[in-house]
Design a protein around this ligand. Structure first.
Ligand code: SF4
Ligand code: SF4
Length: 181
């Protein structure tokens, strides 16, 4: 099993429901969620302006540099592919933040450790979807097992419609994007 996510950038309407859900579900500082999770990309000149949305989350890499550099084992990858942080083992050295090529980690101001998207592992372990997937009104985020050929995520990836970002890093992300048309 390898959990993964497909984010269809064409379906995203920029409503930030996923951001709000994540902030509440995972105690993410409001400014961090607003600043990092969904970026607005504006192109063109008025009145011919178009807006696209880009979603920046932890890519739950199969080959995660954040885990490789962690000196205490606090950053780790589960058998199902989800990359997590053991906050009790973390010494706050921030090596993982530097090593992540996606800039997916932030320093939690109250916990005094790095933090990031967890794919809502606490919900997934109860058979629930990640909060962001649950609330998205356009179903722009799809979550499932990339190793299951019958899952929606693996069918989309196999169809060639969705791509990883930063493939050149060699991290083998578990998040795939359907590009803007
Ligand atoms: Fe680690 Fe960054 Fe990959 Fe997430 S995106 S698993 S934080 S290297
Ligand atoms: Fe590991 Fe914590 Fe250091 Fe990151 S900040 S490398 S999780 S000990």
């Amino acid at each position: 099993m390898r959990y993964g996510m497909v984010i269809d950038l064409n379906k995203c309407i920029g409503c930030q429901s996923c951001v709000t859900a994540c902030i509440h579900e995972n105690d993410v500082p409001y400014e961090v969620g607003q600043r990092t999770y969904v970026n607005y990309i504006v192109t063109g000149e008025f009145p011919n302006v178009s807006i696209h949305y880009m979603h920046r989350i932890c890519q739950h890499c199969e080959n995660p540099p954040c885990v490789h550099v962690c000196p205490t084992g606090a950053s780790y990858k589960r058998e199902d592919g989800i990359v997590l942080i053991d906050y009790d083992l973390c010494i706050g050295c921030k090596y993982c933040m530097v090593a992540c090529p996606y800039n997916a980690r932030y320093f939690h101001p109250l916990r005094h450790t790095p933090d990031k998207c967890t794919f809502c592992a606490h919900r997934v372990d109860k058979g629930l979807k990640p909060a962001c997937v649950e609330v998205c009104p356009t179903n722009a985020r799809i979550f499932g097992d990339l190793d299951d050929p019958n899952s929606e995520v693996s069918k989309i990836v196999k169809s060639g419609k969705a791509f990883p970002i930063g493939a050149e890093y060699g991290t083998k992300p578990s998040v795939f994007y359907v590009r803007w048309e």
